[in-house]
Design a protein around this ligand. Structure first.
Ligand code: GCU
Length: 667
């Protein structure tokens, strides 16, 4: 249906008013001055005004009507009805967007523009018979909370950020004499508007502005008043602001002697703090909390449970409709010695049902830590009464950072194949956004921001569809000689990364701390064992892999059937998870007939070969299709060379090291 939206006549006559080839426009594309007339039922509403403006600037049809119909109960969704209309010799589209509220109108406006900029191009010229078709599309988001998590520190640095410093430049927000009011630099304001447009164009409706390893300073009046300035900018785009908190804030700021959640003074402090925040930001979303994890303070410091800690905060924000997103990423503290991937379930299972109704448990997609491939995290099965958010990582901490072309939608779709998104109340993504001109570092890393938003809105979209949408909107070229191979490159890139970094279920064999290159021999006695690569691959003379079967740590026991039995048995365990769940002999016969060692060599070789193909295609064939985007072509071209060198380094380092155990020839 979508492909019928063809507006060729107006494409040819539109006046192109702005273009930049540094990637700063994201997928939002060029703007066109045109004669589109927008009639809005809500002329004074800030959000509806943006919808009108976006259509006036970007839609090349004739008339659009923006209508509100509360009775339709569309939530944040919309209906688009677009039909062809004759105008002299030309045919143009007229459209009606109906929604139950202004944000639905805005989402509908972005969808109409997306239909135009993707399928119109996709269809190419000709195809006249399709001009007579109408579009009638109703969409509603599948999950309510679609949130970016920024790991941005107040000093402008970003934990695991690879695209420059934070876009939230706190020093460029100046408060008035009484600490209130606030003015913002024009450049910061403009940047935030583009940020808001980009998010709203995907349906992202929340943003956690600061790092989960949070500074207590975030809770000071000064920062709350600055957050208010940002919240005011994001609000008309349907984006609510949330904050990460340091659990010990009242104590760290000198107001209380402890941060014990059962201490009345501590409870009072948080209640007052919530009141202060909501007075400044009435639609404030709530808090994201990393507690008793990797050195962060938490209720465990006072022998209280995570539930007691979360509930204390939940009570503080409850009167204002706020939520607490409590992270399950905890290990070490209460479960020393237990297999790290089991610890979240061990810690939280017994607490299910003990949380207030405005507490949501937020868990990473895999049980370890955003590896290139992990089995899904069984916490999503083990917690039944507490609402859950899945936390995905858009920033490529373990997938080549901003140097490798790694399209993540296939990985997230793999996860949704195990965890049904309809059971989640939200989907969060650790942002890859920074102050680089092109926002995300690698030109193709923008596709991961895009894909996160689109999947959070509609997890049943395919990774291919999303790659296509992003590509044709970003590079404004629909020629299949360009789109097909580039989409193929995107679609296979995550598997390539798994192959050249850690195939067959290997995991966490990265260099300490920066998590970029390989260090399979990594071991530092003074570090927790769970940070050392040798803990994860367990290579020895017999074989390689972590025995998590029922004979090993029994991590398989946390999975429901049929996965439990399937993963437990070395014969039925999918080979992509083999070394995750089993310690396997070097000469074990794989399905291909090769030995494990041969298969390992083959996978590493394959990973390198795939990157070689990407690099060659890009270098020899892509440029001619990227007129106006030469800078981005060049950038990707040089990064693909880096990626290839890195892939070779991974292969060499890992195979040579593992060979010291296998004693077999590298093939
Ligand atoms: C990873 C990451 C840390 C981050 C942590 C978290 O371990 O390397 O930088 O703080 O995850 O998600 O809390």
């Amino acid at each position: 249906m979508k492909k019928y939206l063809i507006l060729l006549f107006t494409v040819l006559t539109s006046l192109h008013v702005s273009a930049k080839s540094d990637g700063s426009q994201l997928w939002l594309g060029k703007q066109y001055a045109n004669s589109c007339q927008v009639i809005s039922q809500l002329p004074d509403d800030a959000t509806a005004k943006i919808a009108k403006l976006e259509l006036e600037n970007n839609w090349r049809g004739k008339n659009v009507e923006l209508k509100i119909d509360k009775a339709l109960n569309l939530g944040e969704g919309y209906n688009i009805y677009a039909r062809p209309a004759q105008q002299g010799d030309n045919i143009q589209y007229e459209a009606t967007i109906t929604a139950s509220n202004p944000i639905g109108l805005l989402y509908g406006a972005y969808e109409l523009i997306r239909l135009q900029n993707t399928d119109a191009y996709n269809t190419g010229s000709g195809n006249q018979q399709n001009f007579s078709k109408a579009i009638d599309e109703t969409e509603k988001p599948q999950v309510g909370l679609r949130i970016l998590n920024h790991w941005d520190n107040l000093d402008g640095s970003i934990e695991r950020g690879y695209a420059g410093k934070s876009i939230f430049k706190w020093e460029e927000i100046k408060l008035g004499k009484n600490g209130k009011g606030g003015s913002i630099s024009k450049s910061l304001h403009d940047r935030l508007i583009t940020y808001a447009r980009a998010n709203a164009s995907l349906g992202i409706n929340g943003s956690v502005l600061n790092n989960v390893n949070a500074s207590p300073k975030m809770m000071t009046a000064e920062y709350i008043n600055k957050v208010k300035v940002i919240a005011n900018i994001l609000r008309p785009y349907g984006i609510r602001v949330y904050l990460s908190i340091n659990f010990a804030s009242p104590m760290a700021l000198g107001y209380t002697k402890t941060a014990d959640p059962l201490d009345k003074k501590v409870q009072q402090w948080w209640k007052k703090k919530a009141k202060e925040i909501y007075a400044a930001i009435p639609d404030f979303g709530g808090f994201l909390v990393k507690a008793n994890s990797e050195g962060q303070p938490g209720p465990g410091d006072y022998q209280r449970t995570h539930a007691e800690g979360a509930n204390m905060l939940a009570d503080a924000v409850k009167p204002y409709g706020g939520i607490i997103m409590w992270r399950s990423f905890v290990y070490g503290a209460n479960h020393k010695g237990e297999d790290r991937v089991k610890q979240a379930v061990s810690e939280f299972k017994g607490m299910d049902g003990k949380f207030r109704d405005n507490v949501i448990l937020q868990s990473k997609n895999g049980p370890l830590d955003f590896q290139p491939r992990e089995p899904y995290a069984p916490i999503f099965d083990n917690i039944r009464q507490t609402p859950q958010i899945a936390e995905l990582q858009i920033t490529q901490e373990y997938l080549g950072q901003s140097k490798h072309l790694t399209y993540l939608a296939p990985m997230w779709k793999e996860f949704f194949g195990f965890v049904n998104p309809s059971k989640l109340v939200g989907i969060s993504g650790v942002a890859n956004i920074g102050n680089d001109a092109n926002w995300c570092g690698h030109p193709f890393s923008q596709a991961n921001w895009y894909a996160f938003g689109r999947l959070a809105w509609n997890p049943s979209l395919t990774a291919e569809e999303i790659a296509h949408e992003w590509l044709v909107q970003t590079y404004e070229n629909q020629d299949e000689k360009f789109t097909k191979p580039v989409e193929m490159m995107m679609m296979t890139s995550r598997e390539a990364c798994v192959n050249y970094m850690m195939p067959l279920g290997l995991h966490h064999i990265f260099k300490f701390d920066h998590h970029y290159g390989p260090e399979p021999d990594g071991f530092i006695a003074s570090y927790p064992l769970e940070w050392c690569p040798v803990y994860y691959h367990k290579a020895d003379a017999k074989g390689i892999g972590f025995d998590r079967s029922s004979k090993g740590t029994d991590a398989v026991g946390q999975y429901p059937e049929p996965y439990r039995s399937q993963y437990d048995n070395i014969e039925t365990c999918p080979e992509e998870y083999l070394l995750w769940f089993h310690h396997v002999a070097w000469n074990y016969k794989m399905k291909s007939g090769s030995t494990l060692w041969q298969e390992l060599c083959m996978k590493y070789n394959m990973g390198v070969a795939m990157v070689e193909v990407y690099r060659d295609f890009w270098h020899t064939s892509a440029k001619q299709y990227m007129k106006g985007h030469e800078q981005e072509w060049q950038h990707t071209d040089s990064l693909l060379n880096v990626q290839l060198e890195n892939a070779k380094e991974w292969r060499e380092t890992c195979l040579k090291y593992f060979q010291t155990f296998s004693k077999m020839d590298i093939q």
